[in-house]
Design a binder for this molecule. Structure first.
Ligand SMILES: Nc1ncnc2c1ncn2[C@@H]1O[C@H](COP(=O)(O)OP(=O)(O)OP(=O)(O)O)[C@@H](O)[C@H]1O
Length: 653
């Protein structure tokens, strides 16, 4: 292997330049966070080393006293943050520091508005990481060496945070990473031991790793004078200050303390440390479980959804510790996907420290811990919903669409998750998702046996669906579903509290005892009346539809399309089609049923229409309208416009 010694100058990825610029300008009032970010990175690096060393303790190379050191130099105007963690190779430096390889980056840049206040919030949500050094520094020098590599294989990265950085191979005696911040003009407040200590305490007090600073201590006079009682020469000499290392944080793992000894601030600052989030958490659960499986968990719900929530590659937010030693943050099996936004730690005593990743994957204990942890999280969400509906609404607006994956993914907790769901409905008729299924059931009409819903591509498509007409007329509440996941959700959630969930746009509408007897009698007569019209319409539409029927659900619109009761809803077909899972047209599902409203004047007019071609035009127009009013797209919009205009022109004569 050739070691690249030459110093090279490399350009930042465009996104990095952009991020740096934004950060320097928008985080100015919060500049002390650079310390938290760099300490968090150092602590992660130490965690990684500790884990690797479990199977290869040579990596410690005689130094297992893991810590982060902070020092400052008033003359040079520098702050130095050093860790003896895992370190990086030259290639890793180039990969991690100089590019943003994070998931969610694209979404982040798309979300930026150019408005400072909003963007600074977004930056916080995205996570500022290493680059936050440039909030206070106009030059940053990072020197690092990977644990286990040779002294000659250190790498030095240096940049002024503008367009480029340099990278060279250097000698480095100790493994780990040293970051020197050359402070900008006017940032001298950080060249102060008291200031640094107070920031560290504020942000990083309860991380399990010691953060040390040097302290000057005066030698004690008494000891001196006794020992050197006869030595008159020495007793006159001025005492020389000695340097002692002092740990400036509590360095106790927060989760091991009793709940009553932990303040809300402590919880919040620990959250920011584990999650690398910038905002306060929404809520948390801290619990110690005893028994055959012993573990402690401290889990949080963030206030805002991360940018990578929909990214399959996204990092998992729950870190696994075994007896306070970090093992992995890649333990997919610790939280199900529908709770992937949960951040925090689970620390167990029930597994051996030298457990391998493969064993973890199959471990029964881990799956028991997971199911216990999921119950705790559900409990936390239940009590949030009960005790703080406003916060729960915030939670739902951020994570509701993910929670809706719950009943699909997690059968054993289906009932509990179902109670956490919130929907929009015709009750408030707004797009706010705030109706719990329990609320819906509580408002059900006498004689109502089912929970009705309609799905649509957008909220307004759902809200304005013609299928709702009879329900609005009778004052029956219908859930308005327009999130992508809703179609899958309702296909897995067929009942709640013993009540069947039923689409208002599928199959034969059965209103049960809600239907008026008189209506039913009338319908039979009307049916006879329209028999030949129905047949004629079917002839015109051919195999575009499976059947033409008189509608019981329309009161205002002339016609609508209804999916087969066992088939996919038309909205679902559209979603599948977009996702490329269907070959052309409505190929996969059954053809829809075309329902017409006999009390609509246009439909009534068809009964007397003598001109076959006008009848056909009218039929096609009603059919296309029905597609449009569902939010669908016409195969041949020009033909629709042409036919419609033909009829409209009739009005001119
Ligand atoms: N002190 C360090 N020791 C070893 N590796 C480090 C250190 N600091 C940063 N890194 C590496 O650089 C990467 C990028 O760091 P950065 O702080 O920008 O983002 P991050 O920590 O991954 O994400 P976040 O925004 O959540 O902090 C880290 O993931 C890590 O691999």
């Amino acid at each position: 292997m050739t070691v690249e010694v030459k110093k090279e100058t490399l350009g930042f990825q465009t996104e990095v330049k952009h991020l740096l610029h934004l950060m320097i300008h928008s985080l100015y009032s919060n500049k002390e966070i650079f310390l938290r970010e760099l300490i968090s990175n150092g602590s992660d690096a130490v965690d990684k080393l500790r884990f690797e060393a479990l199977s290869n303790d040579k990596l410690y190379d005689g130094d297992s006293d893991l810590k982060i050191r902070i020092a400052f130099d008033k003359d040079q105007r520098t702050i130095t943050i050093t860790d003896n963690g895992i370190g990086m190779t030259r290639a890793e430096v180039q990969e991690h520091i100089g590019t943003i390889a994070k998931s969610g980056t694209k979404q982040f840049f798309e979300a930026l508005t150019g408005e400072q206040a909003k963007d600074s919030e977004l930056i916080g949500q995205f996570g500022v990481g290493f680059y936050s050094a440039f909030i206070v520094a106009d030059k940053v020098t990072l020197t690092t060496r990977k644990a286990g590599s040779d002294k000659s294989e250190g790498a030095r990265w240096e940049s002024a945070g503008e367009g480029d950085y340099t990278l060279e191979t250097v000698e480095k005696a100790q493994r780990g990473t040293e970051i020197v911040l050359h402070l900008k003009e006017g940032e001298d407040e950080f060249l102060d031991s008291y200031r640094i200590r107070s920031v560290v305490r504020k942000f990083s007090d309860h991380i399990a790793l010691p953060i040390v600073m040097d302290k000057e201590v005066m030698p004690s006079y008494e000891d001196d004078s006794e020992e050197n009682a006869d030595d008159t020469e020495k007793s006159d000499a001025k005492p020389v200050a000695q340097i002692e290392e002092e740990t400036i944080n509590s360095a106790s793992a927060l989760w091991t303390k009793a709940r009553q000894d932990i303040s809300e601030e402590d919880y919040a600052s620990f959250y920011k440390h584990v999650s690398h989030d910038y905002q306060e958490p929404l809520t948390h659960v801290h619990s110690k479980v005893e028994g055959t499986n012993e573990y402690t968990l401290l889990l949080y719900v963030p206030t805002r959804a991360p940018f990578d929530m929909w990214d399959r590659e996204a990092k998992h937010g729950v870190k696994l510790y075994i007896r306070k030693v970090f093992i992995t943050d890649d333990a997919e099996q610790l939280m199900p996907r529908y709770l992937r936004f949960i951040k925090g730690i689970i620390d167990t005593n029930s597994l051996p420290l030298n457990v391998s990743r493969e064993i973890l994957q199959q471990s029964k204990q881990i799956s028991n811990i997971k199911s216990g942890a999921v119950k705790k999280v559900l409990g936390m969400l239940e009590s949030l919903a009960k005790n703080d509906p406003e916060k729960y609404a915030t939670f739902w607006s951020q994570f509701g669409a993910v929670i809706k994956e719950g009943p699909i993914e997690d059968h054993s907790n289906k009932d509990r998750v179902s109670k956490l769901l919130r929907f929009a409905s015709t009750h408030a008729n707004t797009d706010k998702q705030e109706v719990a299924l329990e609320d819906y059931v509580g408002r059900m009409k006498e004689g109502q046996e089912k929970i009705y819903y309609v799905t649509g591509e957008t909220f307004s498509a759902a809200k304005n669906s013609p299928h709702l007409e009879i329900f609005r007329k009778k004052g029956i509440e219908v859930l308005l579903l327009s999130d992508r996941i809703d179609e899958w959700l309702v296909s897995h959630l067929d009942e709640f509290d013993g009540k069947h969930l039923e689409s208002v746009a599928k199959g034969n509408l059965d209103l049960g005892s809600l239907a008026d007897e008189e209506d039913q009698k009338n319908q039979e007569e009307v049916n006879k009346d329209f028999e030949s019209v129905l047949k004629q319409i079917k002839d015109v539409l051919g195999d575009k539809v499976s059947e033409v029927k008189l509608s019981h659900r329309l009161t205002e619109s002339p016609a609508c399309l209804v999916a087969d009761v066992y088939g996919m809803s038309l909205n679902m077909e559209r979603i599948m089609k977009e996702a490329g899972q269907m070959m052309g047209g409505m190929g996969m599902g059954k053809k829809p049923i075309f329902e017409i409203n006999p009390s609509h004047p246009l439909v009534a007019r068809m009964k007397t229409e003598q001109d076959d071609s006008r009848f056909a035009d009218l039929t096609h127009i009603l059919f296309d309208q029905a597609i449009l009013s569902e939010g669908g797209q016409l195969d041949d919009p020009a033909a629709f416009v042409h036919k419609l205009n033909g009829l409209l022109q009739g009005l001119l004569h």
